[in-house]
Design a protein around this ligand. Structure first.
Ligand SMILES: [Zn+2]
Length: 86
């Protein structure tokens, strides 16, 4: 039993190291090194491709975190969501 827990912990740590993420991420800690290198950059461009979704109404591709999810469908703006629901 303990062996499986150990293996799971090793796999978890290895995965975090391989993906380049800190083991214990801090949220916007100003004391962390490198936090002030780019003070006004809301979109980190070196984190790889961001998930894009397609607006069901107009077909525009928008970042998932900026899109609006209604049921199973994505929309680029509230107006298109409202038009599609009408
Ligand atoms: Zn749209």
């Amino acid at each position: 039993m303990m062996r499986w827990l150990l293996i799971a912990a090793i796999v978890f740590i290895a995965w975090r190291l391989l993906t380049g993420r800190p083991l214990f991420p801090r949220h916007d800690d100003p004391a962390s090194p490198g936090a002030n290198d780019r003070p006004s950059d809301p979109q980190p461009s070196d984190k790889g491709a961001e998930a894009m979704v397609r607006c069901k109404h107009c077909g525009t591709h928008v970042p998932a975190r900026k899109a609006i999810l209604e049921g199973d469908d994505w929309y680029c703006c509230p107006e298109h969501r409202d038009d599609a629901c009408r």
